[in-house]
Design a binder for this molecule. Structure first.
Ligand code: SF4
Length: 161
């Protein structure tokens, strides 16, 4: 069994981001041809379109959403909590199909944020907390890494597991 690493699809250059663009991360891309990364976009897997409107977790974190204590809302007021929970569960299924040993996820996303998310005010206010998919993966003991402080040394260590 070869250990696999889940990666937010936008970090690998897929145009899955809400505005139809990517968050291409040169260091992660450098090792993509090893075939050890599984790109996932929980928001697309949850059934949301691309492009889509920006959304934030309202008054809480991904963990609060999973326990039914917080909602996810678009700038327009549309509620998308169900799609976010569905997407997180689809990603969890992927971890069960492969031997996933870690996840490298996009910081501050309401799905993928590992250490920080936005506060729900749509005022660019950052708070400590995780996105919904990150929280669900952590509950299932998948080690999480943010792309923001990922060093080449750490990435090589994850690949050598
Ligand atoms: Fe990237 Fe995650 Fe947002 Fe999808 S949900 S675009 S993978 S940060």
């Amino acid at each position: 069994d070869v250990p696999m690493i889940l990666v937010s699809a936008c970090l690998l250059g897929l145009n899955t981001k809400y505005n139809g663009e990517s968050n291409l991360h040169a260091l992660i891309q450098k090792y993509s041809t090893l075939g050890r990364f599984i790109p996932v976009c929980p928001e697309q897997l949850g059934g949301l379109p691309t492009p889509r409107e920006p959304v934030e977790i309202i008054k809480g974190t991904g963990r609060d959403v999973l326990r039914g204590a917080s909602l996810i809302q678009g700038e327009s007021g549309e509620m998308v909590t169900g799609q976010f929970i569905k997407g997180a569960n689809e990603v969890l299924k992927i971890t069960e199909l492969f031997k996933v040993t870690a996840a490298i996820l996009k910081e501050r996303s309401p799905s993928c944020g590992v250490n920080h998310i936005y506060d729900g005010s749509f005022g660019h206010v950052i708070i400590p907390g995780q996105g919904v998919t990150a929280a669900l993966l952590q509950e299932h003991n998948i080690p999480l890494y943010s792309e923001e402080n990922l060093t080449e040394e750490k990435l090589l260590e994850l690949l050598s597991c």
